[in-house]
Design a protein around this ligand. Sequence first.
Ligand code: URA
Ligand code: URA
Length: 252
Amino acid sequence: MPDNGEFRFLLSALRGYLADLKESGVEGLPYEKESRETGDEREVSLQPQCVPDGESSASAKLEIIRNELGDCRRCSLGGSRTNLVFGVGNPDARLVFVGEAPGREEDIQGEPFVGEAGRLLTRIIEAMGFSRKDVYICNVIKCRPPGNRNPSPEEVESCHPFMLRQIQAISPEAIVALGTFAAQTLLRTREPISRLRGRFHDYHGIQLMPTFHPAYLLRNPAMKREVWDDMKAVMQKFGMEPPTQKQTPEKA
Ligand code: URA
Ligand code: URA
């Protein structure tokens, strides 16, 4: 029997092994009990259960993450939400938009960015030559904070890992972080959005462009120019062709 120190070491090694498996795309380990021929002793097989690579792998991974969230009660928002708002769009998107948390409309419909700010985001996406179905849209926090209050650090802590896994499943070329909360949470900084925006940052090996939140643009329409500059920088860096028609968010 290992002593306490040894036990802790084994536990930490096992934890590391599991973290490595997870990092390499293993989504779960089946708990298989096999009877040995020699007696009643049972053994557990730790055969990694891989999601097969292929066309539907990102979508299968997203489904696994969604199922894991289930009827989530990991934080108190689970008790007050109408719908958990997971995310919408293309599982193989090149571009992911991340907002803060669902608002009233999103909570009712179960889809991110469908209220007034969402309609402006849709117009920005369309001005880039995409539709909502081409990109992927989600929030850091999956359930509406009552009265749209700011999410608490505990809520961020329990929800953010799911968003990270969602993004890793999609593996996009770029992320657009919408507004102060998403940008500061993803980049683990207190720097204001006005200083973060306009340049690329690294988020777990993916290029991240912070920009102003569409709700902020509704109050400060003059800032649409900055957001459009940020979107043009994303399109240029990743060779995303802007549409030929002269439709910009300023006109949308
Ligand atoms: N604001 C957000 O940050 N996310 C939404 O889904 C809607 C509004
Ligand atoms: N404040 C925010 O919360 N978001 C912005 O985009 C700008 C200011």
